[in-house]
Write a protein that binds this ligand. Sequence first.
Ligand code: PAF
Length: 278
Amino acid sequence: MKIVHTITELRAHLTQFKHPAFVPTMGNLHEGHLALIAQAKPLGDVTVASIFVNRLQFLPHEDFDTYPRTWDSDCAKLQAAGCDVLFAPNEQELYPEPQTFKVHPPTELADILEGFFRPGFFVGVCTVVMKLFACVQPRVAVFGKKDYQQLMIVRRMVQQFALPIEIVGGETTRAPNGLALSSRNGYLSESERAEAVQLSMALKGLAAVLKAGATDIAVLEAQAMKSLTARGWQPNYLVVRRRSDLQAPTPSDLLGEALVVLGAAKIGATRLIDNFEV
Ligand code: PAF
């Protein structure tokens, strides 16, 4: 695997390829990331991953400084997964001056759900993704469905800017008990880790009753919030949304519209997210 730290080196190396397939990450890689690499591999003539912990998408009180940086094991995992190129710029390389030009996604997509609880998050994500796309110039990029809203916003951004990049969604990788793999699972204590699957179970339960024909969405959402709260969680949201635009479904949407249930909740000091398509 070729490791490059500068945009110049990256561009020079990629000139020999026509169809890069790209997986952007913030490192601290787990099986979920490696599944995205495996998915990307047959989609291009070179597989590129990036590791960059993007300050722009963290709020001041969030975990930018403590976000786990696990360089040696990340490199070993990417190498073993058959990644061809790792682009790992430092902040000086990617943001040599304050990044005053930013990509602002539309509020109706970016200020709801994750964007409501993490204001500015999707401005940070879109800005860095746009910049990473400019560096790598991929033909295909793979993003995990665990970050469902991120995937949708990146898709729309690429579409609206007419970028020649196909955005592919990767299924969420789960632990045997159903817990969605996440770099932030590493923050969980042993007891929190055992409890953490309850978020997935609550969302899966919600998806199951919807599939079975339930229509009283507001009641179901409130019950799911209440039962997680009773277990000691601090839920931000557990909601049913239309897959197409992440807006609340109207009664007529329940008949034919594809839906997704999404949730975010804190267990102890750790905030987890998950979702299930209905
Ligand atoms: O999903 C992530 O890890 C990040 O949001 C991304 C896409 C690498 C941008 O920093």
